[in-house]
Design a protein around this ligand. Structure first.
Ligand SMILES: NC(=O)c1ccc[n+]([C@@H]2O[C@H](COP(=O)([O-])OP(=O)(O)OC[C@H]3O[C@@H](n4cnc5c(N)ncnc54)[C@H](OP(=O)(O)O)[C@@H]3O)[C@@H](O)[C@H]2O)c1
Length: 345
């Protein structure tokens, strides 16, 4: 029949407008039966690590038109990426004890019936939490955006915003591995120090301390920018447009500076796209899992094992800390990849 156990979970209390706060979420305890329902294809999993990702902000708002990801439902558990261990399964490819990552709930145990994003963990010798970041969705996002959208060439000039975060820290290191010059922006001196002294960026600046973003970019890129890995949007995008070189590429990954705004800021320097012959391409990582995730995982595992990629994560311990960890992304409180440790294996 399956044991029935308590199941602590994080729920959205109400839809959010503006800046999300911890109080927009609550931790409640319900129960769950640790047995996959007969006659269904379902898995019961024990969640080990949960990923805090900026796109989750969009899901906290009610959209009149369907968004590219479904809205959360007030009173129900928040869902996102996570690493988990299978407790019971009627899915033909998963059995009890298997380790996997993909879409799950922000709770101790989840019943998974949506298998759109679900991967077996092929390298349990690497810290499992890495599958929320460097080997998971954010790492793969850095890979897709830099290599497939940015199409870098050796010697090119690369700029990354939100450079010390989950995605940015890896983009910078990919740029160095490709033989590019890379500089990044981040929101504290501690992060700027990490960029230069841990991740190997050639240049970095604290955008919160700069009076003039254009001047900061000219300082870092006297010859201009070939590839901009866009994570923030807003005034940074405007300043970057002025500094792009002819035939430059902008890989539009995210625009976090706009996520809490009711009305998005305008972009004033878009005309630069014409004379500079720029290509701006947005992408959503979900579209690339089937074609490229396996290739990425093989490459990244080799890089990690041979010490070519270094990785920083910011771990919040326990589900109670999950709301603060998620909202912290929008204040830049995280240093490196923000995740929540829910349980040991
Ligand atoms: N397209 C896709 O499929 C895809 C997939 C994953 C992620 N993304 C996007 O990639 C970007 C980075 O995600 P991540 O997971 O690596 O997050 P992250 O960088 O680890 O965390 C978010 C960071 O954004 C910065 N930030 C917050 N508010 C800001 C503001 N108003 N202006 C400028 N910077 C701000 C903060 O760093 P500072 O201290 O530097 O301000 C914060 O630490 C986000 O835009 C995200 O939406 C897109």
């Amino acid at each position: 029949m399956g044991e029935v156990v308590g199941n602590k979970k994080v729920v959205l209390k109400n839809y959010v407008t503006g800046i999300p706060t911890e109080g927009d979420m609550g931790v409640v305890t319900e129960t769950v039966r640790l047995k996959a329902p007969e006659g269904s294809t379902a898995m019961i999993v024990k969640n080990l690590y949960l990923s805090c990702d900026p796109y989750m902000r969009s899901r906290m708002t009610k959209h009149d038109e369907p968004s590219y990801v479904p809205d959360f439902v007030p009173g129900q558990v928040i869902t996102g990426y996570g690493v988990f261990k299978v407790v019971d399964s009627t899915h033909p490819e998963f059995k009890a004890g298997d380790l996997a990552w993909g879409t799950t709930g922000w709770e101790e145990y989840s019943v998974i019936t949506n298998f759109e994003v679900l991967f077996k963990i092929n390298h349990p010798e690497i810290p499992l939490s890495y599958y929320t970041g460097v080997l998971g969705m954010p790492g793969f996002t850095a890979y897709v955006g830099f290599y497939e959208i940015g199409k870098p060439k050796e010697g090119e000039q690369v700029f990354v915003s939100a450079a010390a975060g989950a995605v940015g820290q890896l983009v910078g290191q990919f740029a160095k591995l490709t033989g590019c010059y890379v500089a990044g922006s981040a929101g504290s001196d501690e992060k700027v120090n990490l960029l230069k002294n841990k991740f190997g960026f050639d240049g970095a600046f604290n955008y919160k301390k700069e009076q003039d973003l254009n001047a900061a970019l000219i300082r870092c890129f006297p010859r201009g920018i070939d590839i901009y890995f866009e994570n923030v949007g807003g005034p940074m995008l405007d300043a970057v447009l002025l500094n792009m070189r002819n035939h430059g590429r902008i890989a539009a990954c995210g625009m976090i500076s706009q996520y809490n705004r009711e009305k998005h800021e305008g972009v004033h320097n878009l005309f630069c796209v014409v004379p500079k012959r720029l290509r701006i391409e947005g992408f959503v990582v979900f579209d690339y899992y089937a074609s490229s995730y396996q290739k990425f995982e093989d490459m990244m595992v080799q890089h990690l094992k041979e010490g070519r990629i270094t990785y920083v994560e910011d771990v919040a311990e326990g589900l109670e800390r999950a709301p603060a960890a998620l909202t912290g992304l929008f204040e830049g409180r995280n240093v490196g990849k923000q995740l929540v440790a829910v349980a040991k294996e």
